[in-house]
Design a protein. Structure first.
Length: 504
């Protein structure tokens, strides 16, 4: 319940959207030689604040990179579009009519040659080294590092089995009818270090939308882009009159009004006849009831701070079956914040139907697909937990024996593989033992056979399965005295709360 209060509080805090007729943020094209610090200085702002507005841009962006900056018109209270220093230009966002208006007087096609870069890749196999790969593809280590800016571990000659590295950049020239594309679509030219996630988040579209509009670039599905690609973002006819980029700040404005909608699966047609006892036995009903009670407490807390909260509650039904009807009735159009729906496959549908923030209130294995900027995910991806854990273990590694345990489900296998791959990037870690249930359980002997009596042992549990977790914990409690072990997990749950502290 405390988590829910924090969630709603965070959602309401972030709703202070820039207002007024002037846009609070505009675009700016970086000049040759400019750094983010130079631009921040001209804007009389902290460079860290500018970097926060542009998380996908480095400290030294390439010339012609488009970044987001505070609008000087709003800051200075005048209509001038030039800074006091006079050395930067603002690229104003176009209105829908301006986007539709042809840039040339005639309708002759404008054929342009564009150079795009694609990469030849290599999948690392067992026993391969950085030196061997550079010799195989006749490139220098320096060039290999330059081709793979996201793999800084190459500098220290670290590789992991299954890792995909770029070994050759291939530039291709394609001819496109620039005018035809620009007259029909909002477009984006892919720049260095941009990702599918950063582009979809910037333009507030889904990955599926981007893939559908760009069938010529099927690699989008695998999150692969090439510098110079011209991507169609959305049809100009689909651009809303008042569409603009919105940025949020953490603050509470007293005497302000928030329009809140809660989309919860009460399933009233089924659960309204349940007794109090049956509600607590029904897992979904129990969870939704607890969530709603927490929401009431959080809303009451916000009201005490001078904020008016207008709340509407909608029953989304079983598996969100009522959401289509809710959207079609246009009851979400003027909502500032929407908490829910509970089902990840319905979130994008709701986000497209409203101009407000949509909060996905819990973790889902499918939440990586939710990349629209108006969607706030309340729980981080569990891969992040694994990354933090493996980074720590790799840093403090001193010859320990490492065992990773999973339950053989797809999600658990994915986590196990990520942990093993990450740990093996450390040249000192030559072996990571993976254990999975056999015939539904893991015998203690399978642990002791792999553990070392001379070295300390690390056991990492990459599972939320109760039986698997209990097998591991019971085996650890009954180990021989000459074996020392430390247990880690990437999935904390109630199972660990029931362990007798005397056995830890």
């Amino acid at each position: 319940m405390k988590k829910l209060q924090f969630l709603i509080l965070t959602g309401i805090l972030t709703i202070s959207i820039s207002c007024g007729q002037q846009k609070r943020y505009v675009s700016y094209k970086v000049k040759d030689g400019e750094t983010m610090r130079d631009i921040a200085k001209c804007l009389d702002m902290n460079s860290k604040d500018l970097m926060r507005l542009n998380p996908d841009v480095g400290k030294r962006p390439l010339p012609n990179t488009i970044i987001v900056i505070p609008n000087p018109k709003v800051k200075n209270g005048d209509s001038s579009s030039t800074s006091k220093e006079g050395n930067y230009a603002i690229i104003e966002e176009k209105s829908k009519d301006e986007l539709k208006r042809p840039s040339d007087k005639n309708n002759e096609p404008v054929l342009k040659k564009k150079t795009i870069t694609r990469y030849e890749t290599h999948t690392v196999k067992a026993g391969e080294t950085v030196y061997r790969i550079t010799k195989q593809y006749n490139i220098s280590k320096k060039d290999l590092i330059k081709l793979n800016p996201d793999h800084s571990e190459l500098i220290s000659n670290q590789l992991s089995i299954g890792q995909i590295v770029r070994v050759k950049a291939i530039k291709e020239t394609v001819v496109v009818d620039q005018k035809e594309i620009e007259n029909q679509y909002v477009t984006h030219i892919v720049k260095s270090k941009e990702t599918v996630y950063s582009i979809t988040r910037f333009y507030n579209i889904s990955k599926d939308d981007l893939l559908r509009l760009n069938p010529d670039f099927p690699t989008i599905k695998d999150n692969q882009l090439s510098v110079g690609q011209i991507l169609k973002i959305k049809r100009i006819d689909d651009v809303k009159e008042d569409e603009s980029l919105s940025f949020y700040r953490d603050s509470i404005q007293e005497n302000s009004t928030i329009n809140l909608a809660l989309l919860l699966p009460f399933v009233t047609e089924k659960n309204d006849t349940l007794t109090a006892k049956k509600i607590f036995e029904n897992r979904l009903a129990n969870f939704v009831t607890d969530f709603f009670m927490g929401a009431e407490i959080a809303i009451d807390s916000i009201k005490k701070q001078g904020v008016t909260v207008n709340t509407d509650i909608f029953d989304t039904g079983a598996r969100g079956n009522n959401i289509s009807q809710i959207v079609e009735n246009d009851v979400l159009n003027d909502r500032d914040i929407i908490i829910g729906p509970f089902y990840s496959e319905k979130v994008s549908k709701v986000a497209k139907a409203t101009g407000g923030i949509v909060v996905f209130p819990h973790h889902s294995k499918n939440q990586d697909e939710l990349s629209m900027s108006k969607i706030i995910k309340s729980a981080p991806n569990k891969t992040l937990y694994a990354n933090y854990l493996t980074a720590y273990l790799s840093r403090v590694f001193n010859g320990e024996k490492i065992l990773v345990v999973g339950d053989d489900t797809p999600e658990s296998n994915k986590t196990m593989n990520a942990i093993s791959t990450s740990l093996k990037k450390n040249d000192s870690i030559t072996e990571v033992v993976e254990l999975k249930p056999e015939k539904g359980y893991i015998k203690r002997e399978r642990f002791t056979d792999k553990m070392s009596e001379k070295q300390h042992n690390w056991v990492i549990i990459a599972s939320e399965d109760k039986v698997t977790t209990e097998d591991v914990l019971n085996s650890m409690i009954g180990l021989p005295d000459n074996i020392t072990v430390q247990v880690f997990t990437t999935h904390k749950n109630k199972i660990y709360e029931d362990i007798d502290n005397n056995k830890l």
